[in-house]
Design a protein around this ligand. Sequence first.
Ligand code: BJW
Ligand code: ZN
Length: 248
Amino acid sequence: MEFEKKFLDILESADSLVFFTGAGISAESGISTFRGEDGLWKKFKPEELANFDAFLRNPELVWEWYKFRRDVVLNAEPNPGHKAIAGMEKLYDQVSVVTQNIDNLHRRAGSSNIFELHGNIEKNYCIECHSYFNSNELEYVNKIPRCNLCNGLVRPDVVWFGENLPHDIFSAAEKTAESSDICFLVGTSAIVYPAIYIPLSARETGATLVEINIEKTEISGEVNFCFTGKSGELLPQILQEAEKLKHG
Ligand code: BJW
Ligand code: ZN
């Protein structure tokens, strides 16, 4: 893609980048998105599975979804989009990833400053006594993990609808966004609150917003630059441009 000069000038003068990412960045690693054609799992909408009431009503179904997704994630590899973001750390003073994803692919790609707004698929906790368990140490009784201390139901340590985001992580992510020069919105439908406040607060403090998505979204009309295409293709091109600008 031919990038416009205005964008390249901003890329050159920036010191601090934030990448606000969603499920679309991991699509090219073979991980399904939540919404859109590819987004449904057994015809359930995310709102029907990703909530605590659904979990209490049918923990087996919700666990089937998370076990399926964990298997997919464990067999997936970071793609060129994740790697390009990690590569930016060599060029810029401050590079942060604020992700809505729970899949660990940014970490595995080598990014070092990651804020996970919606939790992590490798972590779980007991809903009764709040003991924490890694996914590989779960003990299943009738297909549902149980706490080995109190026999309570164990749930994934992720944020479902109607639940608060981890306060410290959200505040730190907001702070980093507010001090950024460019905030990239990558592979997100940009409809889930309060996560979407992260790029909006970056914009309030003067950051340039750059969207990378295969299609237009709710927020496309509010960003400074809107690049349409796959993040696994566009992000490496942006990294290449940044390398030329920063190192000549
Ligand atoms: C590509 C690509 C490629 C594909 N390259 N791009 C009404 C109005 C406003 C707000 C609300 C409302 N009703 C309820 C709310 C609040 C609610 C909310 O926002 N709902 C909206 C749906 C309207 N939010 C909450 O409930 C949050 N908590 C909260 O508000 O707390 C306060 C409170 C407390 C008590 C009572 C009430 C409120 C919590 C939200 C938690 C979201 N959790 C999930 C599951 C996480 C765990 C898990 O992964 O299992 O988070 S749901 C799901 O959505 C997941 C995602 O992180 C999140 C965002 O989705 P994302 O990442 O954007 O994915 P997609 O699939 O939507 O989009 C993919 C994009 O990629 C698309 O645009 C593609 O085009 C693109 N793409 N391939 C580039 N190769
Ligand atoms: Zn317990």
